[in-house]
Design a protein around this ligand. Structure first.
Ligand code: ATP
Length: 245
């Protein structure tokens, strides 16, 4: 693992004539919990789709954990985990069966032991033989994280991880994200609209506006740099408004 977990250079994505991502140059050091903020349609999911190799860029490059997304996509896929906004499972199978399926797909050696560790870490011991179709939204998100980390990735991408969760579910997921970072050493890259959560969870942020990165700094420096603004939400709106004026 290099000291830079994620770096992009002039990463660009066009959908037909629409430029969704405009020469993104971004660097996320290893060990960060990076929150990517931006209005609807800013290009956040596009970035995650490019970095997780689900989509190819129109131009530009990106390197994850030392591997280029274009020339070493298999190594990239081995070093990342991904929790999409709407995670899918085989609902007729149990949690353990779902995890075994994904562990085998990812080539995990000794999957039984690894799955037991992941279930314990995510507080699922005793529920592994329940069918996924019986799980609540909060449990499905936690199971989605189990699925995303079963092959022990070094970088984890989360797309709107707390979307649709109740306050208890949001708090629980926050604890898990922080534990993945501090206890397991994973670098986290998350897209989110919940700015109060970003303040509690993330170590650094980037703001994307209409496909362009307009801001990047640590959360602590950001909160210090705008003394007139009370919260990250106010700072975000202030930066965005400056972009539009
Ligand atoms: N497959 C596609 N074909 C054409 N346009 C697309 C496609 N996917 C996304 N777009 C457009 O690209 C832009 C960026 O979309 P993207 O989904 O990356 O934004 P986002 O920041 O994730 O938005 P949201 O917060 O609403 O999820 C939007 O204008 C969107 O309409």
């Amino acid at each position: 693992m290099t000291d830079t977990a994620i770096s992009t250079t002039a990463l660009t994505k066009r959908y037909g004539s629409h430029q969704a991502l405009n020469e993104l140059t971004l660097s996320v050091p290893s060990g960060e919990i990076f929150g990517l903020l931006g209005h609807n349609g800013a290009g956040k999911t596009t970035i995650v789709n490019l970095l997780t190799t689900l989509m190819e860029p129109s131009s530009g490059t990106a390197v994850i954990g030392g591997h280029d997304i274009a020339t070493a996509s298999n190594q990239v896929r081995r070093s990342i985990g991904y929790l999409p906004e709407n995670v899918q499972f085989y609902d007729n199978l149990t949690l353990a069966e779902n995890l075994l399926f994904f562990a085998r797909l990812s080539g995990v050696r000794a999957p039984g032991a690894r799955i037991r560790d992941v279930l314990e870490f995510l507080d699922f011991t005793g529920r592994e033989n329940h069918r996924m179709g019986t799980f609540s939204k909060g449990m499905r998100q936690r199971a989605g994280i189990a699925q995303a980390i079963v092959h022990n990735p070094s970088v984890l991408f989360l797309d709107e991880p707390t979307s649709g969760l109740d306050p208890q579910g949001v708090a629980r997921l926050r604890e898990i994200i922080i534990a993945l970072n501090t206890d397991l050493g994973m670098t986290i890259f998350m897209n989110t609209h919940l700015l109060a959560e970003v303040t509690k969870t993330c170590t650094s942020i980037g703001i994307l506006s209409s496909g362009t990165l307009i801001y990047q700094d640590s959360v602590a420096a950001t909160l210090d740099s705008f003394p007139g603004q009370e919260s990250l939400e106010d700072i975000y709106l202030h930066i965005e408004a400056g972009q539009r004026s």
